[in-house]
Write a protein of this length. Structure first.
Length: 572
């Protein structure tokens, strides 16, 4: 009955989309989807590859997601460069023509001829365009079924996601992008916190349990409205972000669920300056306040202000300087504050100085990153964050010396057209991202806003990405993480959710605690049937070797159909 009901709902969504598509509209349809690019989508990958190849010296592609309008400008630049110098490979030209709407995506022509209405613009399921406006509707679906060694009565894992994306523009300056999905999931590794009706799971946000209490049931909604001018782009709504030259970011990664935000991006000369003001949820059941009201718990809030200045020093060298601060509301803090502190709304101020003037326990972090195209096809990059330090105690293991760094390399000239490779090494000191006052930790729904390896760790990650320009697509992610986890009843800085004043010692070396080695391999290979509709085979293997608890191994081969959604990595 449950499956039949879900299928009926999916059919209703698809029927509604079809009616929208058949409705037609005046004027020609736009060739590209409006709004924001999904993180980890093919166009982001394509632009980063062209940056590494040396074909986009003016592009700032490290503060993601990009808007479609930023991406279009970079695509136009690539087309001009290729027409003048013929620098693109055959597969890159095919991708470029599709992304610009000059050629349809796979299967679009056949569907348009068969239905007479769908995929009119060669990319979107249904679209309407006229003088000064355009709207697009696309289905969202993600269905998997696998059989692994899941520690339960049955080894079957599955996920059923269905929904829709609506995007568009009005006039030359206003755009919007809204996505809604309903989800049920039986994961390979069950990790749930809270009560069955008031809980969370990694990367999922608010989750309740359904069925036999091992099924995640959750909604995910994102929506952004934005405005563009010559030098500015303003966005408001709910979404994820990833800032930094690597796939794993120490400042702001896409590991946490979506959050409410206001973002201002200023681009002028060789500079791009980005401001982000955000609201996060502090999910700790013992700190719920307000009680139950209609079955909904009033959860504590934490807020954040972030800014990053990107500087194009040379065509092959970019440098970024950034700062972040996290702070809680009055009910959760010793500071007299009931919401977002207006002192942090200043877009060009040094947050650490403001925090000291306020005398608050707010949690500030500064850092820098850089990327260098050493030669066409090889880009190296790095990132450094400084949470806190005492100069006199550098090198002593003082717990308050909290920093992390990441080094990486991206290669596109691999000898196989369409294959790219990345390698990243990350090291994070104990107590990084945490605070003496836990509401000010760099967390959202208990997921880190930074790198998913978490503090007190060394992480090595490899990423392979194969997109030959045909209907085939494949990815492989592999990671080895060595952590010093907290021993039972002790705090050596491996868990930023704990109060730093509960530390077992004030002097902690990297990897102190119980040694834990974790291996992760996940990959998929698929065939594009229709635009953004893939049929795929996938595999996930995870091993956790703990010096005290022993070894756990999880593996899960599965098949998958995904429509309008990128592959869902467990970490990125």
């Amino acid at each position: 009955m449950l499956v039949a009901l879900r299928l009926r709902r999916l059919l209703v969504v698809i029927a509604a989309l079809a009616l929208f598509g058949l409705s037609g509209g005046p004027g020609p349809a736009r060739a590209q989807t409006d709004g924001l690019l999904p993180l980890n989508d093919p166009l982001h990958h394509f632009l980063e590859r062209q940056r590494t190849a040396g074909h986009l010296p003016e592009a700032f592609v490290t503060s993601q997601p990009l808007s479609v309008y930023e991406a279009r400008a970079y695509l136009d630049s690539l087309q001009t460069l290729d027409e003048e110098r013929g620098v693109l490979s055959a597969s890159a030209r095919r991708h470029l023509a599709q992304f610009q709407g000059r050629t349809p995506f796979p299967g679009a022509t056949w569907m348009r001829e068969w239905t007479g209405a769908l995929y009119e613009n060669g990319r979107d399921f249904a679209s309407v365009a006229g003088d000064g406006y355009g709207f697009q509707v696309n289905p969202l679906a993600y269905g998997t079924i696998g059989s692994g060694n899941r520690p339960a009565e049955t080894g079957t894992t599955w996920q059923l996601t269905r929904g829709a994306r609506v995007s568009g523009h009005i006039g030359d300056h206003l755009f919007f992008d809204s996505r809604l999905t309903e989800n049920q999931e039986v994961p390979l590794r069950f990790r749930f916190e809270g009560t069955p009706n008031q809980g969370t799971a990694p990367r999922r946000g608010f989750v309740r349990l359904a069925g036999d209490d091992d099924v995640y049931d959750y909604l995910q909604a994102t929506g952004m409205v934005g405005g563009r001018a010559r030098f500015f782009e303003v966005r408001f709504g709910r979404s994820r972000n990833r800032w930094g030259p690597g796939i794993g970011s120490l400042q702001l990664s896409n590991h946490s669920p979506p959050y409410d935000q206001l973002q201002i991006r200023t681009s002028v000369w060789r500079l791009q300056y980005t401001n982000l003001f955000a609201r996060f949820t502090d999910f700790q059941t013992e700190r719920f306040r307000g009680g139950e009201r209609g079955g909904i718990t009033n959860r504590p809030r934490r807020y954040g202000a972030f800014h990053r200045l990107g500087i194009r020093v040379a065509d092959n060298l970019q440098v970024g300087l950034f700062e972040s601060i996290i702070f809680a509301t009055q009910e959760d803090s010793t500071v007299s504050r009931t919401g977002f502190d207006t002192a942090y709304l200043n877009p060009i101020i040094f947050y650490r100085a403001v925090e000291r003037d306020l005398g608050s326990p707010d949690n500030a972090m500064i850092g820098a990153d850089a990327e260098w195209v050493v030669t066409p096809g090889l880009r190296t990059y790095g990132q450094f964050v400084l949470d806190e330090f005492t100069f006199e105690r550098i090198g002593t293991g003082w717990f308050g010396n909290k920093w992390g760094w990441m080094l990486g390399a991206h290669v596109t000239q691999t000898g196989l057209p369409g294959l790219g490779a990345r390698l990243e090494v990350t090291r994070q000191r104990p107590f990084l991202n945490g605070n003496r006052f836990t509401p000010n930790a760099f967390l959202h729904y208990n997921d880190l806003l930074g790198h998913p390896a978490e503090p007190n760790s060394i992480d090595v990650a490899l990423f392979l990405d194969y997109r030959p320009g045909s209907r085939i697509q494949a990815e492989l992610n592999a990671a080895f993480t060595r952590r010093g986890r907290n021993p039972d009843g002790q705090n050596v800085g491996a868990n930023p959710r704990l109060d730093a004043d509960t530390r077992s010692s004030s002097y902690v070396d990297l990897l102190d605690g119980v040694q834990q080695d974790a291996f992760l391999v996940e990959g998929h290979v698929g065939y594009e049937v229709l635009p953004d509709l893939f049929v795929e085979a996938a595999l996930q293997v995870r091993t956790v070797d703990d010096a005290v608890r022993g070894t756990e191994r999880f593996w899960n081969p599965y098949v998958m159909v995904r429509w309008g959604l990128p592959f869902q990595s467990s970490r990125y």
